[in-house]
Design a protein around this ligand. Structure first.
Ligand code: ARG
Length: 462
């Protein structure tokens, strides 16, 4: 039965019903919907809008519906949406009194409340998954704290960096994501229930009762805004998009660094795939898929922003489009976070190959320029002298570490014997001891700092 049949002469056409229905996807909201209805019915009883006995009967009935959906005894089908489904089922079970549940409420404030409850829980799950990822990055950083790896700019070898410094870089990104989701959660934790269709309600409701029961921080202050606001969905989708951006970069690096050409890391067999034709292949399908699924989450953000654009106040059915966008983005984000964390936990490292590669491509040339500058040569001149030295190496098929002191001095007499240790890969990494730099000490401090901030975040977001 439809909740609104009374006014119509003819039944809706079957294709209109099919187009309009959303139970096929908003059924995910069943627990949130029933939880909100239990709170609403409790409040109706406490405020004398229905009797205490009626309120209890409704609450008991709703709890039965919830239990039967959970156990699988009740199949979610045969209604326009989850709200109609629950109400129809309630009335089927407890009769006339069930029809009082919708007093002082509309599906407009109901669905806005359900979505907030659902998104709030989803953020809590996202927080758990992001935390597990940062913890796994920290483990990788601890394991690799003494390993030196090539650092790139423009995907060309630039300077040696710490392998752990690299993992710490991603921890920084995901820590920001954790905070962003937490900010989004704090802002969205406002209860629309009690706004009714758009104008508020003439019943003597007490929104504080429902607010407390549902764990919201505050109640919405404008009923028109409350029923039409889906900012929190857009914001979640933005947070999810940026997290996917970070994850896709990590995946791209994983694909590159585990390739034969780079060979710094080894992708675990358990998270690789083979080729149906080329027996030798070990393909990075998992990180590739994560990289690919990023586009899908961006798509949902764009879709949601476009739904919101130019919508007149207050509620419009366009807003129903928030759900599939949100549900798919949530599922995608969660599965990507969890699969990459599993892969990362089993990643292994070609320590020597990373180290040797880090010394290639004259990656310590900056150290030579810095050496000269520290001896009083203006940096711009030091840069030019070092450039000449690199050219000499290229022309004579040499590396900076293979040069003799005489060869250095042939380019500039500002060079002395102490330039020779400056150009080794390890010393280059160790020289950068500034906060956040590549020296093992700085990297260890980085790990400690991430641990402290993660712990602080978790204790403040229990
Ligand atoms: N399925 C609707 C949505 O998701 C629920 C609210 C329907 N309200 C209405 N007036 N038709 O937005």
């Amino acid at each position: 039965m439809k909740l609104w049949e009374g006014r119509f002469d003819k039944p809706t056409a079957a294709d209109a019903d099919a187009f309009n229905e959303c139970l096929s996807f908003d059924q995910k909201l069943y627990a949130a919907d029933i939880t909100a209805s239990v709170a609403h019915a409790t409040m109706l009883g406490k405020c004398g809008i229905v009797t205490e006995a009626e309120s209890s009967e409704i609450v008991e009935g709703l709890r039965g519906v919830l239990a039967d959906i959970r156990s699988g005894a009740l199949r979610l089908e045969g209604a326009e949406d989850i709200h109609s489904f629950v109400e129809n089922e309630l009335v089927r079970r407890i009769g006339q009194v069930g029809k009082k549940l919708h007093t002082a409420r509309s599906r407009n404030d109901q669905v806005a409340t359900d979505m907030r409850i659902y998104v709030r829980e989803s953020i809590d799950r996202t927080t758990e998954l992001l935390t597990a990822l940062v913890e796994t990055l920290l483990k990788a950083a601890c394991e690799t704290v003494s390993y030196v790896m090539p650092g790139f700019t423009h995907l060309r070898k630039a300077q040696p960096v710490g392998c752990a410094q690299y993992f710490n870089a991603y921890s920084e990104m995901f820590l920001r994501d954790l905070e962003r989701f937490s900010d989004c959660r704090a802002r969205m934790n406002v209860m629309p229930l009690g706004s009714a269709a758009l104008a508020g309600t003439s019943y003597p409701i007490d929104r504080e009762i429902t607010r407390k029961l549902l764990g919201f921080r505050s109640v919405s202050q404008n009923s028109l805004d409350a029923v039409s606001d889906r900012d929190f969905v857009a914001e979640y989708l933005f947070c999810a998009s940026l997290t996917m951006a970070h994850l896709s970069r990590l995946c791209e690096d994983t694909i590159l660094y585990t390739s034969d050409e780079f060979g710094y890391w080894v992708i675990p067999d358990e998270y690789s795939t083979g080729s149906s034709i080329m027996p030798q292949k070990k393909n990075p399908d998992i990180p590739e898929l994560v990289r690919g699924k990023t586009g899908r989450v961006y798509g949902h953000l764009t879709a949601m922003l476009t739904v919101l654009k130019g919508l007149p106040l207050a509620y419009n059915k366009d807003l129903q489009e928030d759900k599939e966008a949100f549900f798919d983005a949530e599922t995608t984000l969660h599965s990507c976070l969890s699969i990459y964390t599993a892969l990362l936990g089993k990643l292994s490292f070609n320590v020597n190959r990373m180290y040797d590669a880090a010394g290639e491509g004259f990656s310590t040339a900056t150290d030579v320029a810095d050496y000269l500058a520290k001896r009083g040569v203006p940096f711009r001149d030091a840069h030019a002298i070092t450039g000449k030295l690199v050219r000499y190496c290229i022309e004579n098929d040499k590396t900076l570490t293979s040069l003799s002191l005489d060869e250095f001095r042939a380019v500039s007499d500002a060079f002395h014997a102490d330039v020779l240790p400056c150009v080794t890969t390890r010393n280059s990494a160790e020289a950068r001891a500034s906060v956040g730099g590549s020296s093992a000490k700085a990297v260890r401090a980085g790990i400690r700092s991430i641990k402290v901030r993660l712990r602080k975040f978790l204790s403040e977001n229990k």
